[in-house]
Design a protein around this ligand. Structure first.
Ligand SMILES: Cc1cc2ncn([C@H]3O[C@H](COP(=O)(O)O)[C@@H](O)[C@H]3O)c2cc1C
Ligand SMILES: O=C(O)c1cccnc1
Length: 358
């Protein structure tokens, strides 16, 4: 399935960019005056192959999994919160539920590796979003002591993500927002980012859910020792994922690969999501052209992950949550870009005089 997805991945349609740029200059505004909204419109056209791109409804995919490395005391919250938050997603009470409703998104929560068995009838008990059971294993192993998972499990988790993206596209979603829930996943993300970029762990590691400053040095030391002990091959994204990764992060990378293979714009959330997007790009660099970055997270590693991808986020709101929240908040800007293209009058149609030039 991964091989089929990679075989289908194409470069975006650059030819369309010139035509959309010409159309933008015919709209009733001084050329370029809508700034980034104009480049956003061109990007959406190159991704979708449509001169009038359609991006609604968006699909939000929240992947949940646990992390063995939580046992090292690297998060401010206990591991059980992952499963408890899945219950909250299903009931509709988490931040991502609120923002997903605001943008009319289809929301799906996928258990790709929560440590406990989640109730199979939870979605039927009046919850608003479906819970998909696609568990690869009950959490990763503690990568401070052994590899987080086997390579075959990392591939399986990537395929969980591809399947979720395929379901969203089949249900009519035209833009994907990929989010996560997994206590200790900032530790896994910082570790993988350090290997992917070669930058110092201290620059890439932050307080996550809010560990005290005094525990930050411990978190960094856990990551540094694990990188040394696991010794992943920096050129091999699957090796990095299996030795230091998380099941939800692998699934997120898979969702980006799957969405790109279906020519759907991928609106990237915060730190965890950007590390997953970087992994997807290391698996196939063509994914990069499908990425639009929603916001800059307060987690200090995020700016480094963005730099590695050449990403320039739309918003900076001081968020440090994940779940897909920052991307969901940025979605109305994408919608504005498409409406500008489709609904604004041209100089000719409105009888407005154009520029007289210099
Ligand atoms: C109630 C709650 C809701 C959340 N929603 C997202 N996260 C975020 O925090 C976690 C990562 O931080 P760390 O690595 O420090 O554990 C992830 O689950 C992430 O999605 C949450 C965390 C908590 C506690
Ligand atoms: O930016 C994120 O994705 C993030 C930051 C802190 C905690 N969880 C997620």
């Amino acid at each position: 399935m991964l091989a089929d997805t990679l075989a289908r991945l194409q470069s975006t349609d650059r030819d369309i960019a010139g035509r959309v740029a010409d159309h933008l200059d015919r709209l009733t505004k001084p050329p370029g005056s809508l700034g980034r909204l104009e480049s956003l419109a061109i990007t959406l056209a190159t991704i979708t192959g449509e001169e009038l791109p359609r991006i609604t409804p968006p699909g939000v995919l929240v992947f949940a999994a646990d992390h063995g490395v939580a046992a090292e005391g690297v998060s401010a919250f206990p591991q059980a919160v992952t499963a408890q938050m899945v219950g909250n997603f299903v009931a509709g009470g988490a931040a991502i539920n609120v923002f997903a409703r605001q943008i009319g998104a289809r929301l799906e929560v996928i258990d790709v590796g929560v440590a406990s068995e989640l109730s199979r009838d939870s979605a039927a008990r009046g919850g608003e979003s479906g819970l998909v059971h696609d568990k690869v294993r009950r959490g990763t192993a503690n990568f401070a002591e052994q590899d987080a998972m086997q390579r075959a499990e990392a591939v399986q988790a990537i395929e969980v993500g591809i399947r979720a993206a395929e379901r969203a596209v089949a249900a009519g979603c035209r833009c994907l927002i990929v989010g996560e829930m997994g206590i200790a996943n900032t530790t896994a993300s910082s570790a993988m980012l350090a290997v992917l970029t070669g930058e110092p762990v201290a620059d890439l590691t932050g307080q996550g859910t809010g560990i005290p400053e005094s525990r930050l040095a411990h978190k960094q030391a856990v990551i540094e020792r694990a990188i040394e002990a696991r010794a992943p091959d920096p050129q091999d994204p699957l090796d990095i994922l299996s030795k230091l990764g998380g099941l939800e992060i692998a699934a997120m990378a898979g969702a980006y690969l799957g969405g790109a293979s279906r020519r759907v714009p991928l609106l990237v959330d915060g730190f965890i999501a950007t590390v997953a997007a970087l992994l997807a790009c290391r698996i196939d660099s063509k994914v990069r052209d499908y990425l639009i970055f929603g916001h800059r997270s307060r987690e200090p590693g995020h700016v480094h992950a963005l730099t590695a991808l050449g990403g320039d986020p739309l918003l900076e709101l001081g968020l440090r949550l994940g779940e897909g929240t920052g991307a969901a908040l940025a979605f109305p800007l994408l919608e504005a870009a498409t409406r500008m293209l489709a609904d604004m009058a041209t100089f000719a149609s409105a009888g407005v005089a154009g520029s007289e030039g210099a």
